[in-house]
Design a protein around this ligand. Structure first.
Ligand code: 4NP
Length: 162
């Protein structure tokens, strides 16, 4: 079994909407399952436009309505992330393309996965960017993330048992 914490990095474009929400959802699931000591969870963006900013106020409000407090500050993905993290989870195909282009070696490439590949009940092939849309888009992001983060956690935990 893996020694040390399992490290998961969620990645979107700006790191102010989807990936901070994924970080919050995953941390809550891990806490509820009693696995806090086993995981480290963070998020980052493929672009640095919003570096240092808190999550978008619309995303924070939508998360808050589900009892989730988002506290992360935006930061860009760095080369060291590819070595530090075990799982690097992109929200859409554009995120995946950018991450694959930046990956420094084959081991890093193998860490890159798409969030919706872990979906359990919902069938979306990406987490849609809610930034230029209305409230419904933020609600949909949280619905997709709650489903897919559950699948991700089950997948990781079952791989630990093997
Ligand atoms: P995110 O959403 O990638 O889910 O954080 C976006 C945030 C900002 C922008 C685009 C998407 N932007 O163009 O500034």
């Amino acid at each position: 079994m893996k020694q040390g914490k399992i490290k998961i990095l969620f990645v979107c474009l700006g790191n102010i909407c989807r990936s901070p929400a994924a970080e919050g959802v995953m941390k809550r699931l891990i806490k509820e399952a009693g696995y806090e000591s086993r995981f480290f969870v963070d998020s980052a963006g493929t672009a640095a436009y919003h570096e240092g900013e808190p999550a978008d106020s619309r995303m924070r409000m939508c998360a808050s309505s589900r009892g989730l407090k988002l506290t992360s500050r935006s930061r860009p993905v760095g080369i060291e992330d590819f070595y530090d993290f075990d799982y690097i989870i992109g929200m859409d195909n554009s995120n995946l393309d950018d991450l694959k282009r930046e990956a420094p070696d084959v081991e890093s490439l193998a860490k890159i996965h798409k969030m919706t590949d872990y979906s359990c009940k919902l069938s979306y092939d990406h987490v849609p960017d809610p930034y230029y849309g209305g409230t419904d888009g933020f609600t949909l992001v949280l619905n997709i993330l709650e489903d897919a983060c559950r699948g991700l956690m089950e997948s990781i935990i079952s791989s630990l048992d093997n």
